[in-house]
Design a protein around this ligand. Structure first.
Ligand code: PFF
Ligand code: NA
Length: 463
């Protein structure tokens, strides 16, 4: 059954949906996570596998998620339950919604801490703190920040309050306005940074690191990390895009909007990589610097370039805004459910969700100081001993990006591709071209789920 609107509201236009979904997609995942994970995993091969995952798994699953959301028009938990009933399927499919809500809490808990780092860097940049620093200087500054739990707590708290304020006001006010201005500005600044990187003499080294694959270094885990990054960066597998789809008008084209969001997200990630790696090589740093990578490389660029004070401030400000428009989408599935099923008003629901995620975030804060020793155990699978564990931050990040989101995506592909009737799927997707529909349906039914399964099996050395 087609539903025309959600009780939570509707985007004022198709363009606004694109902006909001792009706002959700483009965030720390592109500018902070993509470069550091690519750097830790050897560059080129990782990037190419990531791009393949975006196209073969990400794009088709994004379309499926939007279609599900728009058909159900409720929080992901209730959308999955309603559609299962409507299609005569087992109610256990509601699990997909719950899995997403759990992933949303865990991601938000650490996302907010990293956004807090960015907030703190806005003020450092504006105060001229980068001036005259070399690689060791910026690294020292970063280490001093992350090993100070009280300061991290203050920034984390501030960022979480910012999220609650926007989410409390609902989908239309606030959010829509922010993204319209943000995306072009962020794009412009990234281009400027790439321009700076080109002038530093190590540009081609950065390019070849990012795009020249060394297949001999690729392990099952590299592939899993690349696929996990594809899910994370596109906000897929946890219901964020699903709920944004539930506010989309029935007339909008799901294919065109998805293709736009995916292209914008990919462009921002690649630009970030092109900006950062040349600076890494020019300053003799290692690409595998870890989560601090952009906080160590970019300040050096801002310290040297003319107008660096202004550009640096603006850059971190835009990074915070990009993180902001992403983290509100992490809250939305749980908030909508609390409103639908527990009778809370939006502000109260936003406070509850923000409060829980804030508390969980303490684990990430301490992961860089008091609790920085990895916890876990050794496991032998397929003849290889592997250490399973890490800091709470590492575990939260690994579990969500590499397991929960792909698992959610797999279940969504199976639900839409194999369990819903083809008629409902076609009806909701509204693709005018038969050929395009068939191609998408085929990829969603076969390529995407088989791909995800193979990557899972390869990661645990079973194939
Ligand atoms: N896509 C966001 C980023 O790249 O920063 C992170 C994210 C947002 C992941 C929303 C998942 C999500 F549901
Ligand atoms: Na992203």
């Amino acid at each position: 059954m087609r539903r025309e609107s959600s009780i939570h509201g509707q985007w004022s236009s198709k363009l606004v949906f694109i902006l909001a979904a792009t706002g959700s997609a483009v965030g720390l995942g592109n500018i902070w996570r993509f470069p550091y994970i690519a750097g830790e995993n050897g560059g080129g091969a990782f990037v190419l596998i990531y791009l393949a995952c975006i196209l073969l798994i990400g794009l088709p699953i994004m379309m499926a998620e939007i279609a599900l959301g728009r058909r159900g028009r409720q929080s992901p938990i209730n959308t999955m339950a309603t559609l299962s009933r409507e299609e005569g399927l087992h109610r256990a499919w509601g699990f997909v919604g719950w899995l997403g809500v759990a992933a949303g809490f865990i991601i938000l808990s650490y996302y907010s801490v990293i956004a807090g780092w960015s907030l703190s860097y806005v003020f450092r940049a504006a105060g001229g703190a980068f001036t005259g620093l070399d690689a060791d200087g910026v690294r020292g500054m970063f280490n001093a920040l992350v090993s100070d739990p009280e300061r991290l707590l203050a920034w984390h708290t501030l960022f979480m309050i910012m999220n609650v304020l926007v989410v409390a006001r609902g989908v239309r006010s606030g959010l829509e306005k922010a993204v319209k201005f943000l995306m072009p500005a962020l794009f412009g600044l990234l281009l400027l940074l790439v321009g700076y990187s080109m002038s530093q003499g190590h540009f081609m080294e950065g390019v070849s690191f990012l795009f020249k694959p060394d297949w001999s270094e690729v392990s099952g885990d590299t592939i899993l990390l690349a696929m996990g990054q594809a899910f994370f960066t596109l906000s897929l597998g946890m219901g964020a895009i699903m709920i944004y789809g539930s506010y989309l008008s029935s007339k909008a084209s799901i294919l065109k909007t998805s293709a736009t969001v995916v292209s914008a997200d990919t462009a921002v990630a690649l630009l970030a990589g092109l900006a950062i790696f040349p600076i890494v090589f020019a300053s003799g740093l290692a690409p595998g610097e870890g989560p601090g990578l952009i906080f160590i490389t970019l300040p050096m660029a801002f310290a040297e370039m003319p107008g660096g004070l202004i550009f640096g401030t603006l850059f971190f400000l835009l990074l915070v805004t990009a993180a902001w428009t992403s983290s509100i989408s992490l809250m939305e599935p749980a908030v909508a459910w609390l409103v639908e099923n527990r009778g809370f008003d939006r502000p109260m629901a936003a406070v509850i969700v923000g409060g829980i995620a804030w508390f969980l975030g303490l684990g990430t804060i301490l992961s860089f100081s008091l609790w920085s020793n990895p916890i876990g155990f050794s496991l032998t699978i397929g003849g290889e001993a592997t250490f399973i564990g890490g800091t709470l931050f590492e575990m939260a990040d690994y579990l969500t990006s590499n397991i929960m989101l792909p698992l959610g995506g797999l279940l969504i592909a199976l639900f839409v591709g194999w369990r819903m009737t083809q008629r409902s799927v076609e009806d909701e997707l509204g693709l005018h071209s038969r050929v395009l529909f068939k191609a998408w349906y085929y990829v969603l039914r076969f390529a995407a789920p088989i791909g995800i399964l193979l990557v899972f099996l390869k990661a645990v050395n079973l194939i």
